[in-house]
Ligand binder design. Structure first.
Ligand SMILES: [Zn+2]
Ligand SMILES: [Zn+2]
Length: 231
């Protein structure tokens, strides 16, 4: 088919999910304008996978959704990879909901390890840990100085006419602000690290399609047909 050859050399992986989908969608629109019998006959004789645009003998082409024409066929591995990348379990052209099993790709510990190993995340975590260590040292230092020096501050306060209770109250109030400020900063920093990780971990799924017997039968017929046309 003309539209298939036009996109044959498209670097599918490198261009990202959106470009793959727009490429497929564009072909779909062309396809709907091209549904005469002769074009269907042509497409059957040169069936290719709608994602990798090839037709390997090692893997059968399947037609797992309502899509028709040259867009009907796809390799199971290509489709699963595409669904994994886009975190979907339906065909975005005909909206057919695949019968798929979705499992978490990484366990909790492995997910954390994978996240930390990523260079961009590692730099972010390192800088946050450094800030947190410095902030903790400063906060603990302030608390120790205030608690140890409370007696001294009371005496000094009395010299300029401030009662002991007022000095004590002011220091405790100051300490409370320091501690609350520290805890809020700690919470925001942890949230800033944990939330993106959790969202990434939750949406990193492995999608495995469960094929119905009719789809499998169809794929065997397609394989046979392709073998005959290639001879
Ligand atoms: Zn393929
Ligand atoms: Zn479809």
């Amino acid at each position: 088919m003309q539209e298939v050859t036009a996109t044959e050399n498209r670097p599918v992986r490198a261009t990202g999910n959106d470009k793959i989908s727009s490429s497929i969608r564009a072909e779909s629109e062309d396809e709907s304008n091209n549904q005469n019998p002769s074009s269907i006959v042509t497409s059957i004789s040169s069936l290719v996978c709608r994602i990798c645009h090839t037709n390997t003998v090692h893997e059968a082409l399947i037609s797992p959704c309502y899509c028709k024409g040259s867009l009907a066929y796809v390799h199971l591995s290509c489709l699963e990879r595409w669904l994994n990348q886009s975190s979907r379990n339906y065909c975005e052209l005909c909206m057919y909901q695949y019968n798929a099993v979705q499992t978490q790709r990484y366990g909790l510990i492995e997910g954390i390890r994978m996240w930390i190993m990523h260079p961009r995340n590692r730099t972010h975590i390192q800088s946050d840990v450094l800030i947190l260590v410095l902030l903790t040292i400063v906060t603990v230092g302030l608390i120790v100085v205030c608690l140890l020096g409370i007696h001294y501050f009371e005496i000094e306060g009395e010299k300029i006419g401030i009662s002991k209770n007022w000095t004590k109250g002011a220091i405790i109030f100051f300490l409370c602000i320091v501690v609350v400020g520290y805890l809020i900063t700690l919470y925001l920093m942890i949230k800033d690290q944990v939330v993106p990780w959790y969202q990434w971990w939750k949406r990193t799924l492995d999608v495995r399609l469960l094929l119905t017997p009719s789809v499998l039968d169809d794929s065997i017929n397609v394989q046979r047909q392709n073998r005959e046309t290639s001879v």
